[in-house]
Design a protein around this ligand. Sequence first.
Ligand code: GRG
Length: 289
Amino acid sequence: MKELIKIIDEKLDEYLQVVYPEDIFKAMKYTLMLPGKRLRPVMCIETARVLGCDINKVLPAACALEMLHVQSLIHDDLPCMDNDDFRRGKPSNHKVFGEANAVLAGDALLTFAPQLIIEKSTELSSTQILRILHEYTKFAGAYGLIAGQVVDIESEGGKLVKSAKETLDFIHLNKTAVLFRLAVRIGAIAAGADDAVINEFDEFAKKFGLAFQIYDDIMDEISSFEELGKTLGKDKASGKLTYVSLYGLEEAKRKFNYLIQECYDIIEKYNSDIFNGILDKLKTRIMGK
Ligand code: GRG
């Protein structure tokens, strides 16, 4: 996993060159190059690898995914959204570059990502590239990430069109699971997998995404700034709908554990140290040894 993250970091640095006008490229690169877990590119590459694909084929698309993820983090931290001063252990993008440049840096990452896929995925067929771009635009937009964020904001204002449980699942299937789904789907498409295999990984990523969000909600209660690199306890203070506020800590842990076990079961046949390692790490942090 460490070696893979090193490759991803080097590629991100290489793909995003700072040119004139330097301020925007510096703002894009600032949050991108801070030490994130790189889970989405890692899961994209590992899906491709276990399905028999050379990882070099999928590296540009995997890095594009991290750019999309970072765009969502930069925008999520803005005062008009979650208003967070810290991200990845450092001041948020708008705190360093100002709000206008943070909005533009997010927009620029969102548009550079598909440009990168088109320009650098030289070992994928045009059909594969088209399919990846279709998935990217669908999952990043109002049918995915943006839908999750909108319902999250609405629910904070007390607007609940569906039940609290349905609303919470909708938010996190769209805000969190969607990028893990996109990651494994792109990896599987690059490997030339059929729809049955793509759907199997998709199911894994949905469950993983929900488990990851429950993990995130629990960590907001039990962790520290040093471990997470962001402000803690904001959700609780603002009365936000979370898995912990809705179900309580113990039931949230039970749900997390159940989903993680389902993830182990789906992925078992691929014998992947990387997938198993990610699941082990999350599980140990929440449930103990
Ligand atoms: C696509 C135009 C467009 C807008 C996006 C702002 C927004 C709309 C969505 C917010 C999505 C968001 C921030 C979801 C939170 C998901 C989550 C749990 C993030 C933390 O992921 P980690 O822990 O972070 O993997 P690192 O820093 O390790 O990469």
